[in-house]
Design a protein. Structure first.
Length: 341
């Protein structure tokens, strides 16, 4: 049975990573028709720094997308295409499993935590303006609806995956209205899950705590900006962004992407190094009988999306030799891939 998945290769080393991913899947015998589209309308002009609506429509139609890294201009230029894709598709939950991988040296052992980040509002709403010359105002948007929705996602995820504890991360001692609303919304959801221990930490304290004793954490629940910062911080505990996958999940579709940058300085040279290749599928069931494969699962609030991440230790230039010539263990890889409403 063949299946259709949207592929947004990205920029810089993105197309190399995407090509390697496709070769792995083809060798595994998964029958996929890739609908490949650029994430931007036109890479060459300032106006072209806009999300490609054809890509958005493709993801909505196929329900699942694999995306490579895309660059965002710093201190100028157009808004982030990465953020635009997540917001346009209402992929409100960013899920990042952070776990030690065999053979990857890191400063800590036995790290196994989940970061759940609200993906659609906060300062990432992009509402900025210059009040007067030399004074700029950015609006932080926090709503009860979005805060409740991401809290429910986190608690239902924790319940399904036997996670015992959730920390809500905030700065409500200073931002009493915005972060206060976030906390009140989370507390209301937490009360419905008495079997899951609920705690709260101020974000600066949480940053200190996670680098001193990451094993104390199980699930971290955060607004958008804090989640962005702490997810990269947590990645550093287990080896860096190359070993931590990322899923952007909504009620109707999901997009899986690498969290490293575009690395334009090494693009096209064939030695881009990455330790994870993310794959996302709807209603996927996977069994892998080989010690070189590590699987992490996460399903959506509605229960109709299941994604998996395949972690590999390889350089793009070495994929064919190391993983595809031959792959004796692929005979033990069984994939049942079916999408249903």
């Amino acid at each position: 049975m063949r299946h259709k998945v949207t592929l947004i290769p990205g920029e810089g080393i993105g197309p190399e990573v995407a090509a390697a991913t496709r070769r792995i899947l083809e060798a595994a015998g998964v029958q996929i028709d890739w609908e490949e589209l650029e994430g931007r309308t036109d890479k060459t002009t300032e106006r072209g720094q806009l999300v490609n609506q054809l890509a958005v429509e493709s993801v909505r139609k196929n329900h699942v997308a694999l995306k490579g890294p895309m660059a965002t201009a710093i201190a100028g230029g157009a808004p982030s295409v990465n953020v635009a894709l997540r917001k346009t598709l209402d992929l409100y939950a960013n899920l990042r499993p952070v776990k030690n991988l065999p053979g990857v040296k890191s400063h800590f052992d036995n790290v196994d935590l989940i970061i759940v980040r609200e993906n659609t509002e906060d300062l990432y709403s992009g509402l900025e303006h210059e009040v007067v010359p030399g004074v700029v105002e950015s609006l932080k948007i926090i709503t009860e609806k979005a805060s409740t929705r991401i809290a429910r996602f986190a608690f239902e995820y924790a319940k399904r995956h036997s996670r015992k504890k959730i920390h809500a991360i905030h700065k409500a001692n200073i931002m009493k209205l915005s972060d206060g609303l976030f906390l009140r919304s989370v507390r209301a959801v937490a009360a419905q899950f008495p079997d899951i221990e609920y705690k709260e930490l101020i974000v600066d304290n949480a940053c200190m705590q996670i680098v001193m004793d990451p094993q104390q954490f199980d699930v971290l629940l955060l607004p958008n900006l804090y989640g962005d910062v702490m997810s990269d911080l947590a990645a550093g505990l287990v080896g860096g962004l190359g070993v931590v996958p990322s899923a952007n999940i909504g009620d109707d579709c999901a997009m899986f992407e690498a969290v490293h940058g575009t690395a334009p300085d090494i693009a096209g040279k064939g030695f881009a190094y990455f330790d994870n290749v993310p794959y996302g599928f709807a209603n996927t069931q996977v069994r892998a009988d080989h010690s070189d494969l590590q699987w992490v699962y996460a399903d959506s609030e509605a229960g109709n999306l299941l994604m998996f991440f395949l972690f590999l230790q390889a350089a793009t230039a070495g994929f064919a030799l190391r993983w595809l010539n031959p792959i004796p263990y692929l005979a033990n890889l069984h994939v049942n891939f079916a999408y249903g409403p």
